[in-house]
Design a protein around this ligand. Structure first.
Ligand SMILES: [Zn+2]
Length: 430
């Protein structure tokens, strides 16, 4: 099936996709040179920056194609990195039908049932974003009930946002069985529901996406869900991307992230430096190729994360679809801090090692004396914590942070961003 759709996709892209036309011309290739997916590696890798710089070059020219392939159904935006601006991702009607199929498969892989009631804990965003919108569509794809809890106030022009207590009340009233949101906010909602003694006994699943969830934090959230809801409640993590309008999902904790629609998404892993394709089991840069899109089309597109691919049958659910079997981590975010290159993931891991499930955030700012690294922690200081954190961070990257203890909303606040950022760079860009 992948070969059949790839043949269609590459034939269209060779003629109607400005970015691919340009790449083929530069490499003296034509559509004829791509007889199967084995030839895909002839096409150069596309980086996020290439797409952000010229999003229109990635849009298929659809004149003369059937109406469903021409009509723009909706436009979503990427979140934008610390420096990047949000980039439009255009879906035609045809693409929207595919998104519904992928969403349905995601729900099935995660074990959704016909009697489930989904509570969406995603806030609205200043621009259309898949997190809020596709959750509603996902429910439609499997004919499930969904309630949007509308947390926070994402804009001064929006008047319907709910505070945390009201969100808890909504969950209890609608008898939600699935909580769907970013892990930092799902954790806050669950903790508050426990404090209030709200009846959330139907909760049996949490779907989380958008932020990392280290295993100690997953264990804590799972335990909290089981106190609040059913005795076997569990947490399914998704590796989501605007470029998929969905995500690769777990069927069980630690199962790896399943490709929910192999007819639509083809994944490769390549060496981050040489960009040479790597075998299954070797960690490298994850590339996505769209096999069935007519709006924005990305071929050999680096999602920006390092992971490992497996085509082995999933030992948990028996699916044959490909899976990423290592938690994807950012590949491209080295920061210069006090003259040293620092990998933000290393900072995050060091803090997680000490803090477990407590929320935290690093902020880099500049003062007259140079860069300042601050670690904000949503916990009380027992007199020892600040010192052990400072020491762990210094051991990891050579820089001693200033540690501040703050309230949870200072870090995870749905009124400011739909997901928590672990490391923010507040210095002015050079
Ligand atoms: Zn599975």
């Amino acid at each position: 099936m992948q070969e059949r759709y790839f043949a269609e996709m590459i034939a269209l892209a060779a003629v109607r996709h400005p970015r691919t036309r340009e790449q083929m011309a530069q490499c003296r290739l034509s559509g004829e040179d791509f007889r199967s997916l084995a030839d895909l590696a002839r096409l150069p890798v596309t980086r996020k920056e290439d797409y952000m710089r010229a999003p229109d070059a990635f849009r298929l020219e659809t004149e003369g194609l059937p109406e469903e392939m021409r009509a723009v159904w909706d436009v979503m935006y990427t979140t934008g990195s610390t420096v990047g601006t949000p980039t439009p991702f255009i879906s035609t009607t045809y693409d929207f039908f595919r998104i519904l199929e992928a969403n349905r498969n995601m729900l099935r892989l995660r074990g959704a049932r016909s009697d489930d009631i989904i509570a969406s804990l995603f806030p609205l965003t200043p621009r259309p974003h898949g997190a809020f919108i596709r959750t509603l569509h996902a429910a439609a794809s499997l004919n499930l009930r969904v309630v949007a809890a509308l947390p926070g106030n994402p804009s001064p022009y929006f008047t319907l946002g709910n505070d945390l207590d009201r969100v808890v009340q909504v969950l209890a009233q609608c008898r939600a069985s699935i909580l769907w949101g970013v892990p930092s906010y799902v954790r806050r909602v669950v903790a508050r529901a426990e404090e209030l003694g709200a009846d959330c006994s139907a909760v049996r699943l949490a779907f989380v996406t958008g932020e990392g969830l280290p295993e100690p934090a997953r264990a804590e959230l799972t335990a909290a869900l089981r106190r609040l809801g059913t005795a076997d409640a569990w947490v399914s993590i998704s590796y989501g991307a605007t470029e998929m309008q969905g995500g690769m999902v777990e069927c069980a904790p630690g199962s790896g992230y399943h490709n929910p629609a192999p007819d639509q998404f083809f994944f490769e892993v390549v060496d981050p430096q040489s960009l040479a394709p790597l075998d299954d089991g070797k960690p490298g840069l994850v590339l996505l190729t769209h096999l069935r899109r007519r709006g924005t089309v990305l071929l050999r597109y680096a999602l920006g994360d390092i992971s490992t691919l497996s085509h082995d049958r999933c030992p948990h659910c028996g699916a044959w679809t490909d899976r990423l079997v290592a938690m994807p981590r950012r590949a491209d975010r080295l920061m210069k801090l006090k003259g040293t290159l620092v990998n933000p993931d290393v900072l995050v891991q060091a803090a997680e090692g000490v803090l477990g499930a407590h929320e935290f955030q690093f902020a880099v700012s500049s003062s007259g004396a140079g860069d300042v690294l601050t670690l904000k922690v949503a916990a009380g200081d027992d007199g020892m914590l600040a010192a052990s954190l400072a020491e762990a961070i210094k051991r990891a990257c050579g820089i001693t942070p200033a540690v501040e203890f703050v309230a949870a909303d200072a870090i995870s606040d749905p009124s400011r961003s739909w997901k928590a950022r672990r490391v923010i760079d507040q210095r002015r860009p050079m």
